[in-house]
Design a protein around this ligand. Structure first.
Ligand code: ADP
Ligand code: MG
Length: 721
């Protein structure tokens, strides 16, 4: 078959169009497609010079995006203004293909310099429209370096070509949009993943029947458990047996009610340990309210549970720990009290020690006067001068009483007694001590008591006596070559202003002061005088505890203590006690010389007297016989028991507590009372030990030595009655 040149040209155009059509549908690179388009069109029209000019979206500029046959520097580089007078502007304004067969003859537009430089003399162009919105995308142009008349069929060919290019742009617009969307999706997925990984809650899903359908991959790293083992109902396998029934029940309820699910449960890790987890889920419902999926999370809360448990235990133990601590504090308090009591006692013994020196001297004087009286009596009796006997006897008796009073005070004072606040009359206390203090001070110190009517105060009697003695001894020590010691009591109303000056609460106070005109204290000594163990005295003479104890005592009694001292002038120690409006209790243990009252005599009651001291026994037997009692004697418990066996009648056991042998007076009384319960008991004792006295008091009455004849008689009578 012989084909004309035109026919061959058409066939060639069709082939090129078909080939390009294929590329336009499957090509993946728009620039490669455009280049191939330019090549194909140049070839089909025999010029081998073509280009695609792309318009910017704002239609102000354009650029040579693709082309073939051009000198270097044109394709991809040349940018042009879309101005009036340019061929492109003209094409767009006429809106159909433009053919310029000879540029030299062209009057419609001005050719671009790059076209001239490339020897363009003719061209045909066609606008490529976007298939999406029909806006022009660019201009496809076939140029020629020789003048050339482009035919209608050339234009048709280019028109088909342009449609394919337009379709390509459409395809790429869509694929680019898809790629963009994909990239955005990938990015948001990436972000979600990061968020999920940062979140301590691990997501899972379940179907409407409650079977777990997925769990985040982190679950495995977390628990060591395989994801597949967790899916479906697999999770039951490693749920703590104690928690399983509850969890299954609650999950079942949630599946029915479609209410959010929230439990705390122990799950076994693959290392065998159980950890605490919080498992939550909520359902996703469709429009008709049916469950589509369950979305859930699982979170390790072991640490939180541990802290909560610790807190709870701590709270629960708090009570027991408080009571433990309270007990401990009580124990400490007891120990402290015991130590304080010991200290008080040793303090007192120190004072007693200080006193005994003075008292021994005094006692000797009394003994001297007694023995002198007795000797005189002896001489007068021998001389038959009976008239004087009574005088000397009275003299001796007075001395004996004074001596007894003195030792009585000493013993009462040194007795260990617990602190016991009583309402007392301070004047009575000072008066009761005056004699003792005077004797202690020695002949060079003059003692004066100036007592005014003050009312009562509330404090421990023993401590107050102790305090007065200590202050007196301090005063004596400050006056080695003698002087005057004054003890005064007075009432003072402290108002708000003086209260502030003296740092004492306003109110009415009883002041007991002890003043000496001794050496006084300098500032340094004064500042430290209340410090425990501060003393300026020689070893063995001072302990430095006196004033600190007194300070404690006044504080305990709600009072205050103040010292005024001037070196070489003297010292006054003033104790402030709050006035107590109550009436003072009567003081016990004070030895007053009560007159001997006539009393009823005994009626032949039988008394067993047990004492190892012959003197006492003889006196007591004579005395009680005189009063009409029948007396039997024993020197210890053993002889007392054998006497007891012989007696048909026994009304009273009168016994010393301290007896020689295995059995003391207390044990003897117990034994005899066991055999004769109605037996009365009276103890006489020289012991100052509180325990012995209190035990004795539970069995009968106790009379402490030294006692006066009347006291013994009164006691015996009272016990028998
Ligand atoms: P002590 O008498 O055992 O030394 P105190 O506590 O009773 O302990 O007294 C402490 C010190 O205060 C004494 O050593 C003395 O220096 C001083 N002091 C106490 N009372 C007087 C006083 N009346 N005159 C001078 N100094 C005193
Ligand atoms: Mg002292």
């Amino acid at each position: 078959m012989n084909l004309s040149a035109m026919e061959r040209g058409l066939l060639c155009q069709r082939r090129i169009l078909a080939e390009f059509g294929e590329l336009a549908v499957i090509g993946e690179d728009l620039d490669a497609i455009l280049e191939s388009a330019c090549k194909g069109a140049g070839e089909a029209l025999g010029t081998h010079l073509a280009k695609f000019i792309q318009l910017d979206t704002d239609h102000r500029q354009m650029w040579v995006r693709s082309g073939v046959g051009w000198k270097p520097g044109v394709v991809g580089h040349t940018r042009l203004e879309l101005e009036q007078g340019t061929p492109e502007w003209y094409s767009l304004s006429v809106d159909h293909p433009v053919i310029a067969p000879s540029i030299a003859l062209e009057r419609r537009f001005v050719i671009h310099p790059f076209q001239e430089e490339n020897g363009v003399t003719a061209f045909v162009n066609i606008i490529v429209y976007s298939p999406h919105d029909h806006k022009p995308i660019g201009i496809f142009e076939v140029d020629s370096r020789t003048p050339r008349a482009f035919s209608e069929s050339d234009v048709d060919f280019l028109r088909s070509y342009a449609s394919l290019i337009a379709a390509c742009f459409g395809r790429f617009r869509i694929t680019n949009a898809i790629k963009d969307a994909e990239a955005r999706l990938r990015e948001s997925e990436r972000r979600l993943r990061i968020a999920v990984e940062l979140n301590p809650q691990i997501p899972w899903t379940a179907d409407p029947t409650g079977a777990v359908t997925s769990i985040d991959s982190r679950w495995t790293g977390f628990s060591g458990l395989q994801r597949e083992d967790t899916l479906g109902q697999g999770w039951r396998e490693f749920t703590h047996p104690e928690d399983l029934p509850t969890v299954v029940e609650r999950w079942g309820e949630a599946l029915v009610s479609l209410a959010p699910f929230d439990v705390q449960v122990r799950l076994r890790k693959n290392d065998g340990h159980y950890d605490w987890y919080q498992v939550r889920a909520f359902p996703e419902l469709d429009e008709s309210g049916r469950c589509q999926h369950w979305y859930g999370t699982v979170e390790d809360i072991t640490e939180r549970i541990r802290l909560e448990t610790a807190l709870r235990e701590w709270n629960e133990n708090l009570e027991s720990r408080i009571s433990e601590r309270t007990q401990q504090l009580q124990e400490e308090q007891r120990e402290r009290e015991a130590a304080e009591a010991k200290l008080r006692q040793s303090q007192k013994m120190e004072a007693v020690g200080q006193l005994t020196g003075g008292i021994a001297h005094d006692f000797n004087n009394l003994l001297g006067s007694i023995s002198a009286s007795l000797e005189l009596m002896h001489l007068r009796i021998a001389a038959g001068r009976f008239a004087d006997v009574a005088k000397y006897q009275a003299l001796a008796l007075t001395s004996v009483r004074r001596a007894a009073a003195l030792t009585g005070r000493l013993l009462a004072f040194s007795r260990q007694q617990p602190l016991d606040a009583k309402v007392i009359d301070p004047n009575e206390v000072v008066a009761g001590l005056e004699d003792l203090i005077r004797r202690t001070m020695g002949p060079t110190v003059q003692v004066r008591c100036e007592l005014t009517s003050v009312g009562s105060i509330s404090c421990d009697l023993n401590q107050l006596e102790n305090t007065l003695l200590n202050l007196s001894i301090n005063a004596r020590d400050a006056m080695p070559s003698g002087g005057t010691l004054a003890i005064r009591t007075r009432l003072l109303e402290v108002d708000a202003r003086t209260g502030q000056d003296k740092d004492i609460r306003p109110g009415r106070y009883v002041i007991i002061s002890v003043t000496d005109d001794g050496c006084g204290m300098d500032e340094d000594v004064l500042r430290r005088a209340f410090d425990p163990f501060f003393t300026t005295k020689k070893m063995g003479q001072g302990t430095g505890l006196g004033l600190s104890m007194i300070y404690g005592f006044t504080q305990q009694s709600g009072g205050q203590i103040r010292i005024h001292s001037t070196p070489d002038v003297g010292t006054t120690v003033s104790m402030y006690f709050p006035l107590d409006q109550r009436n003072a209790d009567t003081l016990t243990g004070t030895m007053t010389d009560a007159p001997v009252l006539p009393r009823d005599k005994g009626n032949g009651e039988v008394i067993l007297l047990v004492d190892d001291e012959t003197g006492i026994r003889e006196v007591a037997v004579d005395l009680l016989n005189d009063q009409g009692y029948t007396l039997f004697e024993a020197i210890d418990s053993e002889s007392a028991l054998s006497q007891f066996d012989k007696l048909d009648r026994l009304d009273l056991l009168l016994t010393d507590i301290g007896l020689p042998g295995a059995m003391n007076g207390l044990a003897l009384a117990k034994t005899l009372k066991a055999r004769r319960p109605e037996l009365k008991v009276l103890f006489i004792t020289g012991y100052a030990k509180a325990e012995g006295i209190s035990e004795g008091a539970s069995l009968g009455r106790v009379l402490t030595k030294p006692f006066k004849v009347d006291e013994l008689l009164d006691c015996v009578k009272a016990v028998l009655d």
